[in-house]
Design a protein around this ligand. Structure first.
Ligand code: FAD
Length: 456
């Protein structure tokens, strides 16, 4: 037994050690390296792993899964590890050893199909790599988010990621025309072997979208590309209230040619972004709500107020976007932050903001909180500071309030481990049983991502 494998003895039995050793250079067992995969982006979730597997081909991925299938080992799937609900790292406690399967070495990219406007990539390709490649050929991809340089296409499909362009192009589901995933017993479940137009019964491969890795490992994806916009305008508008911000969105939807983004940042978050990143304040007084609109063409027919800031050139636009895109990481830098991603119907948004202010003021553990998010989708990213990471009371208060507004307790980040105990707020028992039945079909020994979506 080589020394590298000796280092993980104690966590795993000899049988598993022998299997891991057959994966050659695609397996890491050095505890110092393994530990870089075991804590999530929020630092709220972490758990030990015996090894990390990094297959370079789909064939290698498949043989690893088959070798581990049915054994006393849990398998944690990980892409870029930018997920915000603890679904990308091992559970804190596990009765069996956990092996992480990281997709970050699955990097194959096919040639762009210029006729259909599609591109097939491996799961480990990052969104940033896709953006770079397609923009060089005059195309763009419809889903975009601030974690673009690290988030993988596989992870984005597994979470059905949303982001800043949902109001224009939809979520990940609407931006792919084919997907392939590999099950633990080595089956390839795919729509990639057929054209995009393919109505031939149940398309089981589509179950992988939003599955958060509980059914199998997404291996390849066919992306729908769009022609890049020729010219865009960014307008940052200070607003006194969420209702006023919604009024601007309504106007932009009615009068502008195409609204590409409608993002908000509340005053607490804006001040935090400015202080954390030493940015210049945009206005003499921080507005209650700052609304960032991105529009195709110009914004002249919107008759924006004098204190609205306009970005026309790419560098002006990047500068304005910074104040929105640095929001999540600015909160993360504060320390123990409870991150909640929720959505409600637009007419309930003002009431939710009022409820939120009450919860933040009324919970003895909470020191402060704020929000930012995707206004046109009724989607707020709520950040709450104060309660310990393992205290879920404030999460419960917020999510129950969201449910009373007929909202979703997870708009785009998924359920992961953070919200598994609250999934009953999203689905009734009959639906939960049906979901568990589907999981059992694909993962009969419940080895994949234990505790994700389904409370362990
Ligand atoms: P991971 O974090 O590695 O994994 C996420 C989940 O998917 C886990 O359950 C994991 O097991 C599973 N998974 C990963 N890869 C695979 C695979 N190949 N097959 C099967 N399962 C897999 N999200 C949004 O939706 N909109 C946003 O606007 C947004 N903004 C963000 C901004 C910042 C700064 C950060 C840090 C995150 C943001 N996110 C956002 C969250 C995150 O980027 C997305 O959830 C992203 O889709 C996760 O991709 P990933 O490759 O990092 O996946």
């Amino acid at each position: 037994m080589c020394r590298m494998f000796e280092s993980c003895r104690g966590h795993v039995n000899d049988d598993l050690l022998a299997i891991l050793s057959t994966f050659g250079n695609d397996v890491v067992t050095d505890p110092d390296v393994v530990s870089t995969f075991t804590t999530d982006w929020t630092r709220r979730f972490h758990g030990p792993a015996a090894a990390v597997l990094r297959p370079r081909t789909v064939v290698a991925l498949k043989s690893m899964l088959v070798a581990l299938s049915g054994r006393e080992v849990a398998i944690q799937i990980q892409g870029g590890n930018t997920g915000l609900v603890g679904g990308s790292v091992p559970p804190s406690h596990s009765t069996v050893p956990v092996v992480i399967v990281s997709t970050t070495h699955l990097k194959n990219i096919d040639a762009i199909d210029d006729v259909s406007g599609t591109l097939i990539v491996d799961a480990g390709v990052t969104l940033g790599e896709v953006n770079q490649l397609v923009s060089e050929h005059g195309w763009s991809f419809g889903v975009d988010l601030a974690a673009r340089d690290t988030a993988t296409i596989g992870g984005m499909c597994a979470t059905n990621a949303g982001g800043i362009r949902v109001c224009a192009f939809g979520m990940m589901r609407e931006n792919i025309t084919g997907i392939e995933f590999v099950t633990l017993d080595g089956k390839t479940v795919s729509t990639l072997d057929k054209p995009a137009k393919n109505n031939t019964g149940l398309q089981l491969a589509n179950l992988a979208i939003g599955s958060e890795g509980v059914l199998g490992v997404i291996s390849r994806v066919r992306l729908r590309l769009r022609r890049a916009s020729l010219s865009t305008t960014v307008a940052f508008i200070p607003c006194e209230s969420i209702e006023i911000a919604l009024g601007w969105v309504r106007k932009a939807q009615t009068l502008s040619s195409h609204m590409l983004a409608a993002e908000i940042v509340d005053a607490t978050t804006m001040s935090l972004v400015i202080n954390t990143h030493h940015l210049r304040p945009l206005w003499s007084a921080t507005p209650s709500i700052a609304l960032l609109l991105e529009l195709e063409g110009d914004a002249s027919n919107l008759e924006l107020p004098d204190d609205a800031l306009i970005g026309v050139t790419p560098s002006e636009q990047r500068e304005l976007w910074k104040y929105r895109e640095l929001a999540s990481d600015s909160w993360t830098a504060v320390g123990d932050v409870h991150k909640l991603d929720v959505s409600v119907p637009l007419d309930r948004l003002p009431a939710l903001c009022t409820d939120l202010a009450k919860i933040i003021a009324g919970n003895a553990h909470v020191t402060h909180g704020g929000f930012f998010g995707h206004l046109a989708d009724g989607n707020l990213h709520i950040e709450i500071v104060g309660p310990a990471f393992d205290n879920f009371d404030v999460d419960r208060e917020v999510l129950e309030q969201v449910a009373t507004h007929h909202g979703s307790v997870s708009a785009e980040h998924g359920i992961g481990r953070a919200k598994a105990q609250f999934i009953h707020l999203a689905h009734d028992q009959a639906m939960l049983t049906l979901m568990a039945d589907v999981k059992h079909v694909f993962d009969p020994h419940h080895q994949l991502n234990p505790g994700v979506i389904f409370p362990s």
